[in-house]
Design a protein around this ligand. Structure first.
Ligand code: ZN
Length: 246
C-alpha cells in the first residue's frame, strides 16, 4: 500500500493544497501524525478536509488545546492565543472531531503513528539521544512521528543509532529504503509550519510493500497565509515564521 504521510498541518490551507497537488496520484491512503489545528488561519478548511480524507490520524497537543480538553497554562502565550482563537472559529462538527481524535500509538497495517514519542505524545524527539531511549518501546519496526516539525528522524541499524537529517535546500525529494533488519522512527516534517530552516511544506510518501520512503518538500504561498494570519488578528510572529521556516 502507498501512503501519503502528513504531520503538523496547523490550519495552513495553502501548504496543504500545495502538498496535495504535488503528491497527486502517488498514494492510496493518507495518514497523519497530529496537529491539524493551532497557529494557522484556516482551521475549518483543514479539518473539513481531514474528516473526509484521512485514513488514520492521532491527536497532537494543539488538537487538544484547540478542542478545549487541555489546560492551556502549559502553552506559551502565542500558542495559547491561537488555540483560543481557533476554538472560537471551529464549527461544532469540527470541534467534536478534534475531541474524538485518538492518542497514539495507532497501528496501521505494519507501522504505527505517534505524535511525540511512544510513551508520551507531548515528548519531543529532537536528537538521537532522545530517540535511543524510545526504540525499545516501539511495537512496529516502522513508526511515523511529528511534533518537532523537523523532517527526517532516527534509525537503529546494525546495532547503531543514526540521525536522518533533512535534505539540502536545492533538493525536492530524497529516497530511503527501510532495511527490514533495522527500526525506523520517521518524521515526515511539518506541512503547515516547518522549523528546520526550510520554509517549504514537508511531507513523506511511504510504500509499505517496497519499504521505501520519499521525503518531499514543496514551495507554497506562505505570504498568502501570513496575510490571513494578520487579518484574523493572530500574533504576527505566526505569519513571519512561515517565511523563515523556523
Ligand atoms: Zn505541531
Amino acid at each position: 500500500m502507498r501512503y501519503l504521510v502528513l504531520s503538523d498541518l496547523h490550519s495552513n490551507r495553502e501548504a496543504l493544497d500545495a502538498v496535495l497537488d504535488d503528491s497527486r496520484g502517488e498514494y492510496d491512503l493518507i495518514v497523519c501524525c497530529g496537529d491539524l489545528a493551532g497557529y494557522g488561519p484556516d482551521p475549518n478548511a483543514v479539518i473539513d478536509w481531514a474528516r473526509a480524507n484521512l485514513h488514520a490520524v492521532v491527536r497532537g497537543n494543539h488538537d487538544r488545546g484547540c478542542a478545549g480538553t487541555e489546560n492551556l497554562e502549559w502553552f506559551n502565550p502565542v500558542a495559547r492565543q491561537a488555540s483560543i482563537w481557533t476554538m472560537s472559529q471551529l464549527s461544532p462538527v469540527n470541534l467534536e472531531y478534534l475531541r474524538s481524535l485518538p492518542a497514539g500509538p495507532l497501528k496501521v497495517e505494519d507501522f504505527q503513528l505517534i505524535h511525540g514519542s511512544p510513551m508520551d505524545e507531548d515528548e519531543y524527539l529532537l536528537s538521537v539521544a532522545d530517540a535511543r531511549n524510545v526504540f525499545a518501546y516501539l511495537e512496529t519496526d516502522v513508526t511515523f512521528f511529528g511534533h518537532t516539525h523537523l523532517q527526517g528522524g532516527y534509525a537503529w541499524l546494525g546495532g547503531r543509532y543514526e540521525t536522518i537529517g533533512r535534505m539540502e535546500f536545492f533538493q525536492n525529494e530524497r529516497w530511503q529504503r527501510l532495511d527490514p533488519d533495522g527500526a525506523w522512527l520517521i518524521n515526515p516534517g511539518s506541512v503547515g509550519q516547518p522549523r528546520d530552516g526550510d520554509e517549504r511544506a514537508a511531507f513523506a510518501l511511504y510504500d509499505s510493500g517496497a519499504r521505501e520512503v520519499l521525503y518531499r518538500r514543496v514551495a507554497y504561498d506562505h505570504d498568502a497565509t501570513r496575510r490571513k494570519i494578520e487579518r484574523a488578528g493572530l500574533p504576527d510572529v505566526l505569519g513571519l515564521r512561515l517565511a523563515a521556516g523556523r
